[in-house]
Design a protein around this ligand. Structure first.
Ligand code: CP
Length: 309
């Protein structure tokens, strides 16, 4: 692997390799001293043109645990604010001798553009509505952790599919590993190419959750909503909100996931998110797994050679 740009073009073998590596690396997170010399002397730069809590900080944690330098470019305080182009910004970071750039950008295809211009590895940390491959990998990792396997499982992805790069990475990753994927959303929040995706479309939560092993709830991306996609947040919540009551449509041991950040009380109730009433919520574990998965990605792309100690 030279880059990690999407899961659509990442082979099933590479996905399984990254998940296996993450499983081995996760053990380091429970040690009293979370530090190995694996990537000593390497430098990762994060370049985020959009806000992030989980992704950016978990990449930084992952790099530091493996002894790599982790440098964050605060885009708003950088020369981007003086009008520097994406291409020149990327070339500058490469000239600083970064060994890897982790980039989030609002434009779909920005990561492919970066990979085309640079000779160092690029990790897509989310590009527009396109993909968020490390989120897809950590979701696969979490399902494997709780369910033991992915093949044969039914995963319902609920919510704002149109604006969701997480949904696309989940769809490609899950179907490559043999899961059945259902999209549950109002028609206005489904992409126009939804019928070309390897999924079943469900118009109601009852239909979509029936017999589901996993429900992955998406954030309603209010910042990306064009006017008129929803009558009201209240109606959306009533029809598509995941709650203890609506989870009864699914299998009794259904796993509840959400990539975060959550709009509590809109797409998911606090009780469902917090695992009340015996609900199996993996939302906090997803964040921990994000560090392990990103360690595996950095280890693979930056070529750790010293072994784990
Ligand atoms: N899931 C996710 O990408 O979260 P952040 O936007 O906080 O990175």
């Amino acid at each position: 692997m030279k880059h990690l740009l999407n899961l659509r073009e990442t082979s099933r073998e590479d996905i399984l390799y990254l998940l296996d590596s993450a499983r081995a690396l996760k053990e380091i997170l429970s040690r009293p001293v979370k530090k190995v010399p694996t990537l000593r002397g390497r430098a990762m730069i994060t370049l985020f043109y959009e806000n992030s809590t989980r992704t950016r900080s978990s990449f930084e944690m992952a790099a530091k645990i493996m002894s790599a330098e982790a440098i964050n470019i605060a885009v708003a305080q950088s020369s981007v604010a003086k009008g520097e182009s994406l291409k020149d910004t990327l070339l500058t970071l490469q000239s600083l001798k970064a060994d890897c750039i982790v980039m989030r950008h609002p434009v779909s295809g920005a990561a492919e553009f970066a990979a085309d211009k640079l000779h160092i590895p690029i990790v897509n940390a989310g590009d527009g509505r396109h993909e968020h491959p490390t989120q897809g990998l950590l979701d696969l990792f979490t399902i494997l952790q709780y369910k033991g396997e992915i093949a044969g499982k039914t995963v319902a992805i609920v919510g704002d599919i149109t604006h969701s790069r997480v949904a696309r990475s989940n769809i490609w990753g899950l179907t490559k590993l043999g899961a059945t994927v259902r999209l549950v959303a109002p028609r206005t929040l489904l992409p126009i190419d939804a019928d070309k995706l390897p999924v079943t479309i469900c118009d109601t939560l009852k239909e979509g959750l029936e017999g589901a092993d996993v429900v992955n709830v998406l954030r309603l991306q209010t910042e990306r909503q064009e006017r008129g996609l929803l009558p009201s947040l209240r109606e959306y919540s009533k029809l598509f909100g995941v709650t203890p009551a609506t989870l009864k449509f699914a299998k009794p041991d259904v796993l509840v996931m959400h990539p975060g950040p959550m709009n509590r009380g809109i797409e998911i109730s606090a009780d469902a998110a917090d695992g009340k009433y015996g609900i199996h919520s993996a939302i906090e574990e997803q964040v921990t797994n994000g560090v392990a998965v990103r360690m595996a990605v950095l280890y693979t792309l930056m070529g750790g050679k010293e072994g784990l100690e």
